[in-house]
Design a protein around this ligand. Sequence first.
Ligand code: FE
Ligand code: ZN
Ligand code: FE
Ligand code: FE
Length: 188
Amino acid sequence: MKTNSNSREHGAEAASMVVKTKPDAAEGLRELFEDQLKDLYWAENAMTKAVPKMIANASTPELIDALTMHLDVTKKQVTRLQDVFKSLGLKPEAKKCEAMEGLIKEADELMMSTEEGVVRDAAIISAAQKVEHYEIASYGTLRTFANVLGENEAEALLEETLNEEKDADAALSAVAEAINVEAMEKAG
Ligand code: FE
Ligand code: ZN
Ligand code: FE
Ligand code: FE
């Protein structure tokens, strides 16, 4: 592509930023799709362990309910990803998701940095919504890849989870309304 070759002409500094290709690098969209599925499989599995910690640190019953419901949904999403692998003729495989690991670390850090109660609840919602948005972006992309690749069953399954992640995000926004106001009144 012309823009690419132009940007490469900006000199040695730009050239030094071009990453070194790994031996197992994806050569096509299908391989990229499969790699990102493995990433998401790791991420969803990680969330089945991270959400219980968020629940244990939450105080407002509505937040605990929303997180508990989404934990249940998340466990079903892990199974659904196994179905996606199966529909592609693959065995489920996980590959560490650097982004989700970072989001979970940040959630831990946010919980430790807030007083227990509505302030920590507000922090938990912010961390949980960052996760939902990452998942929405990931499932949206993979659903589109599946469509382009003609993998209709995978596309439908990924779309189903995409909608669940959007619902979870909306539920957290609704819970945040009351909690944020209470947290504001706590100002020390
Ligand atoms: Fe999920
Ligand atoms: Zn990732
Ligand atoms: Fe990012
Ligand atoms: Fe989610």
